[in-house]
Each structure stands twice: as C-alpha cells, then as structure tokens.
Write a protein that binds this ligand. Structure first.
Ligand code: COA
Length: 378
C-alpha cells in the first residue's frame, strides 16, 4: 500500500521544456539559459518567446511577437464597465481572477483547446492582465482610466496606465526584469493548478482563473505582500532582531524566506537583492533595503542550517515599493508575469494529453454499519 507524499514534495508530476531548477545548487534556467543571463540581457517579451518556442527569437521574430502582444492591448468595454462597478475595497487579486474568468464570456470560442487558438488567447490574456489591474487601481483611486499605449513594452505600458505618465527608463527596465524573473518556475502550486485544470480539457480561462487563485495564497505569490507588511511592522533597524527572534520563538514563518525546492539562495533573490539595493538608494528607501538585509542575516544565523534563505518574494517587495506599486499590486504583478508560464505549461499539458488524476491514501475506517438516523447519537 502506497503512502501519500505530504505536500507532493519530491513528486515529479509532469515534464516541461521551459524551466530547470536545481534547488541544491541554486540554479534556475529557462530553456537552458541561466536566469541571471536573461535578467541582464533579455526583455520580458523575448523571454516569453523563449519559453513558448524553446529558442530565442531572431530580431524580426521578436519584432512581430512584440507587435502581436501590443496589438492585444485593450479590454472589452463591458469588462471595463464591470471593473468600474466593483467595490473600491475589492482586492486586486480577486479582481484579476474574476475578470480573467469574465473574459471567457467575451470570447466567441472560449473552450477551444486547439494549440494555435490557445496561443492566441494566451497572448490576449498576457496583454490584458496589466490593463485590468491598472484600470481597477485607477478606478479605486477615483482617477480616470488611461488607455493603453501600444508604443510601450508590457512593463512600460503597465506603469503608464497606473500612473498616467510614461515611466523613466530605469523604472521600466526594473519592472521588466521583475517580469523576466517571475515568468516560470517549474511545477509550483499555481502552475500545477493550471495544468490540472487544462488536463481535463477544460479551457484556458478556467485554468488561469484557478492559477490566480492558487497564486494569491501567502505561502505562494502572496508572500511578497507579506514581506512588505513585515517591513512596515518593523519600525526601525534596531527592531529587526527582536522581531525576527520573536517570530521564530513563536514558530511563525518569516515571509519571503524558505522554499520547497531551493535549499540555498534562490538565484532570483540574488538578482533582486542587487536591484532592490540600487532602487532603494535612488528612491530614498534605503531603510527598507537595510531592514530586509538584516532580516536575511539573522535568518541565516538562526535557521540557515535548515536551508531557509530568501526566495523570489523577499527582495521583490522592496523592489516593487521603490517602483511605486501599491502594496496589494505586488501579487498581481507576479500574476501578470506568470501568465506566460501558466499558458506555456497549459500548452505542454495539452500536448502531453493525459488527465492529471493522482490517488489519495484513504486513512478512515472500513466496514462501518449504516446507523438509521433515529438511532444516531450526536
Ligand atoms: N520562516 C521560518 N521558518 C521557516 C520558514 C520561514 N519562512 N520556512 C520554513 N521554515 C521552517 C519550518 O518551520 C520547518 O521547521 P521545522 O522543521 O522545525 O518544523 C522547516 O523550515 C520546513 O518548513 P516547511 O514549511 O515544512 O517547508 P515547505 O517546503 O513545506 O514550505 C514554504 C515551503 C515556501 C511554504 C515555506 O518555506 C514558507 O512558508 N515560507 C514563507 C512563505 C513564502 O515566502 N512563500 C513564498 C515561496 S516562493
């Protein structure tokens, strides 16, 4: 009789050609290219092409792929009306999840799992997620919707739509790098969710709706928001040590630390740490960076032996804050990028063509009598 692998740890449940992770050595590659090479040299649009086509594009291929994405900037008027009718108190992740689900209703053929149609829907969703997020953020702030600008990159357009003015090159590039770093990451919880859903031959909207829901949790993509809340809670540098020690003694988790797969530094965190430091200096937020670095040092001293190090969410909190994103847009930011990974995995899953249906280990009683309702005691 087989026993359940708690949390499916160590279970290999799918094949992928997109990202490779070596958690012992701290390696992440997209299609064989180390993540820091991509962060230094690539753009988000090029990285998505790489993930979906398993090779880098030529200059003209990149041009036409980026144009395809830009041509999809825009959301149906009814989707915009729906956003404008939402309560201002709604959480942006709930908004994104609901609107992705709604977009199926605006699609003439939402259920098609034909690969080329799924790819076209994926392009649209990639282009639309930042627009949904920015439109809701402006609506709740009581400022006019800013129409997308198809001359801008996905990162640039998102910042433009949020702020109503074109971003500086530094901010656009910083956000673009964040998008690259979050694009794909093996069979994480939300990606697994999307693969399970599409494996039933359901539709890409359902797969992404489920994935956004999974990403929202504080043990997954929601951790970046948790990190920022923690940094805000820690008033000053002197308070870092008692704060962290207090959490550890109460056996509470420090958000942005630890990973199921990495038992050393997450390579994305290494890159983000440098980016966070530079942005924090440039934007007068150096205290945030210093607090983060102190948390990291104390955690290394206290629990480093258990393999608990910063993950991707740890320094992305400072980075997003410096870029000017409001706290509850941190996780939508992650989702906007990860749509590329989710949809790529859905296409892989459709090609693999097998329903994902694992088993459960039954741990209840057997051969129980059926007791008539009148004879049951409470
Ligand atoms: N802070 C303090 N202790 C942590 C920790 C953290 N962030 N992450 C793990 N640990 C400790 C656990 O308490 C446990 O200790 P124990 O063996 O003494 O009981 C041990 O490390 C193993 O942790 P566990 O939660 O079982 O590992 P996991 O593989 O199931 O969990 C995470 C991985 C990511 C869910 C977990 O590290 C976590 O909750 N991190 C915080 C949330 C986060 O940043 N999520 C984003 C991930 S990208």
């Amino acid at each position: 009789m087989s026993t359940a692998a708690k949390g499916l740890a160590g279970v290999v449940a799918a094949e992928t050609e997109m990202s490779f992770i070596d958690g012992e050595r701290g390696v992440l590659e997209y299609v064989g290219i180390p993540i820091d090479e991509l962060a230094r040299n690539s753009t988000f649009e090029e990285t998505v092409f790489l993930l979906w086509n398993r090779r880098l594009p030529t200059a003209s291929e990149l041009e036409s792929f980026a144009s395809e994405i830009r041509a999809a900037y825009g959301i149906p008027q009814r989707a915009l009306d729906m956003i404008n009718s939402l309560p201002d108190s709604a959480e942006p992740m709930h908004v994104l999840r609901s609107l992705i689900s709604y977009l199926a209703l605006e699609d003439d053929n939402p259920n098609s799992v034909d690969p080329s149609e799924v790819r076209s829907k994926a392009i649209r969703l990639l282009a639309q997620a930042p627009i949904i997020t920015a439109a809701f953020d402006r609506k709740r702030r009581g400022v006019e919707f800013v129409a997308p600008d198809a001359s801008l990159s996905l990162a640039g357009n998102f910042l433009y739509m949020l702020n109503g003015e074109k971003p500086t090159e530094t901010m656009e590039r910083a956000l673009d790098v964040c998008l690259i770093l979050h694009a794909d990451h093996g069979l994480n919880a939300s990606t697994f969710t999307s693969r399970v859903i599409i494996s039933t031959l359901s539709d890409i909207y359902s797969a992404l709706t489920g994935a956004v829901g999974a990403l929202r949790g504080p043990l997954h993509g929601g951790a970046n928001e948790g990190v920022m809340l923690m940094l805000n809670e820690i008033g000053s540098l002197d308070e870092v040590e008692p704060y962290v020690m207090g959490k550890l003694s109460r056996k509470e988790k420090i958000m942005g630390m630890g990973h199921r797969v990495y038992k050393t530094l997450d390579p994305r965190a290494t890159y983000l740490k440098t980016l966070a430091e530079q942005l924090a200096r440039d934007t007068n937020n150096y205290d945030l960076y210093e607090k983060s670095r102190n948390v990291e040092q104390i955690m290394e001293r206290e629990v480093g032996a258990k393999g608990i190090y910063p993950n991707v969410d740890f320094y992305s909190a400072t980075t997003y804050h410096c870029i000017g994103l409001r706290l509850d847009l941190f996780t939508p930011m992650f989702a906007i990028s990860r749509i590329s990974g989710w949809t790529g995995h859905c296409l892989e899953q459709l090609a693999a063509g097998r329903l994902i249906r694992p088993s459960a280990e039954y741990i209840g009683p057997h051969e129980q009598p059926y007791v008539p309702i009148g004879d049951r005691s409470s």
